[in-house]
Ligand binder design. Structure first.
Ligand code: FES
Ligand code: FES
Length: 160
């Protein structure tokens, strides 16, 4: 069985994995990162989105062996020193979730979008999040939250 090394939310792990094991299952079942949901396992819903070496991937579309040597950030690794990431805070304040199942993937995708497009238009937000599905909210509050999160991420960069 191949042995892989990964860093997840700042902690290094070495794991023996079956070649067919999906990254989402490594995260959830072996490393206890249950904040990353598995919605469809077919790369449709986006709920399983994480950052792999700084770019978002749907972790159900990546084999754990493909992640060998990489640095992964999940929704559980975003808060720093007990404070939510500005995008997490914006989702909370704009009521951008109902059941919350899609939220980890939405937040990760939104952060990636804002890093590439710091002041996204509504259209850019809708396009940027098209790989992430929400069954509950109708998306309006999500779009508002991403707009607000983008502004707050910009302010955080300016004041750092
Ligand atoms: S669980 Fe990965 S995209 Fe749905
Ligand atoms: S809040 Fe329920 S799926 Fe998005």
């Amino acid at each position: 069985m191949p042995r892989i090394s990964v860093k997840v939310d700042g902690i290094a792990y070495e794991e023996d994995v079956e070649p067919r094991l999906l990254l989402v299952h490594l995260l959830r079942e072996r490393l206890g990162k249950t904040g990353t949901p598995a919605g469809c396992d077919t790369s449709n819903c986006g709920a399983c989105t994480v950052m792999l070496d700084g770019k978002t991937v749907k972790s159900c579309s990546v084999l754990a062996v493909q992640a060998d040597g990489s640095d992964i950030v999940t929704i559980e690794g975003l808060a720093a020193n007990g404070s939510l990431h500005p995008m997490q805070r914006a989702f909370h304040e704009e009521h951008a979730l109902q059941c919350g199942f899609c939220t980890p993937g939405m937040v990760m995708a939104a952060i990636d979008l804002v890093r590439d497009t710091p002041d996204p238009s509504e259209e850019a937000i809708r396009e940027g999040l098209e790989g992430n599905l929400c069954r509950c909210t109708g998306y309006c509050n999500i779009v508002r939250a991403v707009k607000r999160g983008a502004q707050e991420m910009g302010q955080a960069v300016k004041s750092s």
